[in-house]
Design a protein around this ligand. Structure first.
Ligand SMILES: Nc1nc2c(ncn2[C@@H]2O[C@H](COP(=O)(O)OP(=O)(O)OP(=O)(O)O)[C@@H](O)[C@H]2O)c(=O)[nH]1
Ligand SMILES: [Mg+2]
Length: 310
């Protein structure tokens, strides 16, 4: 903690887990709360694979958010690893925020309610406060469609507090934020006030590249991608950062798709990643990307460990 940060009396700090079904907008909410991008976001479900943290420091409180992989009950070894990571986040949290997609809810009420019940019960049983972020209200049409869903949720989850929000537009966030702070324990800040994430830049770089390729590919290909940063060096004389990344794919056919015709898909993803990294680091970046086939890696425990997913 720097010496110029006077911790006022009654300061609060703690851990908040963002949990919910895939694609609900958890990572978008995290970025909106922190006020900058710490987690990648795509239009496809199951973008987030590991616990990603974001830190918001205010004069009166510090909120350390855990973003988690979307919870659902299907899938193989990787999905089990994702689920485990999400429930681990729960055990370390002072508060749990359940993030739900209201546009989805409005179209499929019974299946949605069942899923919410399964997610919410363990949280309520754990005795922790449950705040429910009713996300994507900007695209619920007509707006009245929200009311019956809110009533049903309130009845099903007594003790939970409901907050209609739009994470994408950063609307409705202040009441959610103030309620979180009310529930946090009194504590000094847990991290230096200028820190926005616990993840190293190296991880951010691998995630940014994965985000671009996730967006650029379809069907099973995005789920067969993993990125590993093999080298990260800073040139002392120029300050330029030299990064070498490997994109792993699970099959030979996926390699061709990721590289694209004349290498265009990979080149475009690498260029976007490099620009975003330069903005974040405030330095020049040189990024080299290789694509390697690692047959069926999502079912390979050693490989999952190497990628921080096991
Ligand atoms: N219209 C609208 N779209 C949103 C909102 N919040 C998130 N989205 C979109 O929903 C999609 C999924 O958002 P993410 O933040 O990646 O969702 P997530 O819950 O982290 O998803 P996983 O990591 O895959 O579990 C993206 O296309 C977002 O832009 C919102 O408030 N309104
Ligand atoms: Mg996510």
């Amino acid at each position: 903690m720097p010496e110029d940060f006077d911790v006022p009396e009654g300061y609060r700090a703690g851990w908040i887990a963002l949990l919910g079904p895939p694609n609900a907008g958890k990572s978008t909410l995290l970025n909106a709360m922190v006020g900058q991008k710490v987690a990648i976001v795509t239009s496809k479900p199951q973008t987030t694979r590991t616990q990603v943290t974001g830190i918001l420091t205010r004069q009166d409180a510090q909120l350390v958010f855990f973003d988690t992989p979307g919870l659902h009950h299907r899938g193989g070894r990787m999905n089990r690893a994702l689920l485990q990571s999400a429930w681990q986040a729960l055990s370390g949290a002072d508060i749990v925020v359940l993030v739900l997609d209201m546009a989805f809810a409005a179209s499929r009420t019974p299946a949605f309610m069942e899923e919410v019940r399964e997610l919410a019960e363990p949280i309520l049983d754990s005795g922790r406060p449950l705040l429910v972020a009713l996300n994507k209200v900007d695209i619920v049409k007509p707006k009245d469609a929200l009311l019956p869903i809110m009533e049903e949720l309130a009845e099903m989850l007594p003790g939970a507090t409901l907050f209609p929000i739009s994470a994408l537009r950063a609307e409705g966030l202040p009441p959610l934020l103030e309620t979180m702070i009310e529930h946090l324990p009194e504590s000094s800040p847990l991290f230096p006030p200028d820190q926005v994430s616990t993840a190293p830049m190296r991880f951010m770089a691998s995630e940014l590249l994965r985000e671009k390729l996730f967006d650029a590919t379809r069907q099973e290909v995005p789920y067969s991608l993993a990125v590993d940063i093999e080298e990260w060096e800073e040139e002392p004389e120029t300050g330029r950062v030299l990064i070498s990344a490997v994109v792993y794919v699970a099959r030979q056919a996926h390699k061709r798709i990721v590289i694209g015709k004349d290498g265009r898909v990979l080149k475009e993803a690498a260029t976007k990643t490099r620009h975003e990294l330069m903005d974040m680091l405030g330095r020049k970046v040189h990024l080299e990307v290789w694509v390697k086939v690692k047959e069926n890696w999502p079912e390979n425990p050693a490989m999952l460990r190497q990628l921080g997913l096991g």
